[in-house]
Design a protein. Structure first.
Length: 241
């Protein structure tokens, strides 16, 4: 049996269709990334195929979790269904990536099972073989995609409010309610920020200030001298510190 004949035999044909959808999906993703417009209306076709691909992958994922519900006891059904995808390691990358790997493994596993398994599989035995291939492919796919997690991690930058409470160094000659600049050091990174102080003349070049707020109207940080915010040192009866 050659590869093409094996690919269209039941149950491999199910995985073949899913794999073809995944291949077409990734083809249009690549074309979209390269911004290649080969055909008129390609964006509409690409969007439709992406939607179809996500629907297929989402459906297979749902089926896997539904199967876990069916095999699990009632007391643990919610926990298994809610965390099965993550427990297998498949949630560490986008579902389109993990499902593409699952489809490739199930297709290859089904081909191998038909090649080296008993000839003339009946419908019932073919279904059992397909289920076994899926159960083997899911954890194996999770193992394969887990090292890709750092590639898809979303690094969220700091917002303006995240710098409130930081200490900065004034770099301009003075700071008032309409002018001023300072730097904040974060390790090896030096961030230059606009600063404002409603009390003119209290901050000059080289002074340390504390960021107490961010003013979205002036698009600047409100600062106050660090010394003014520190508690006064206790003094003795003779006035000594």
């Amino acid at each position: 049996m050659n590869l093409i004949d094996a690919s269209v035999q039941f149950p491999t044909v199910i995985f073949t269709i899913g794999l073809l959808v995944a291949l077409v999906y990734w083809l249009f993703v690549i074309l979209g990334a390269l911004d290649i417009d080969l055909l008129g209306g390609a964006d509409d076709v690409s969007g439709a195929l992406k939607g179809a691909g996500e629907a297929v992958t989402g459906g297979v994922k749902g089926a896997a979790e539904a199967a876990a519900h069916g095999h699990g006891d009632a007391g643990h059904a919610h926990d298994v269904g809610g965390g099965l995808w993550a427990w297998l390691g498949l949630a560490s990358v986008p579902v389109t990536v993990s499902m593409s790997v699952v489809l490739l493994l199930t297709w290859a596993g089904s081909i191998l099972a038909m090649q080296y398994g008993p000839a003339g599989l009946g419908t019932a035995l073919a279904i059992v073989m397909a289920v076994a291939v899926i159960l083997i492919a899911l954890p194996l796919a999770g193992f394969l995609v887990r090292p890709l997690r750092p590639v898809f991690e979303v690094k969220v930058g700091k917002s303006n409010k995240d710098y409130v409470g930081s200490t900065c160094t004034i770099t301009t000659g003075h700071v008032d309610n309409g002018f001023g600049q300072a730097t904040i050091e974060e390790g090896a990174t030096v961030l230059v920020i606009p600063v404002r102080c409603d009390r003119a003349g209290v901050l000059g070049r080289g002074a340390k200030a504390l960021v107490i707020d961010f003013d979205p109207v002036r698009h600047a940080y409100i600062v106050e001298p660090v010394a003014d915010l520190l508690p006064a040192a206790p003094t003795g009866a003779d006035g000594s510190v």
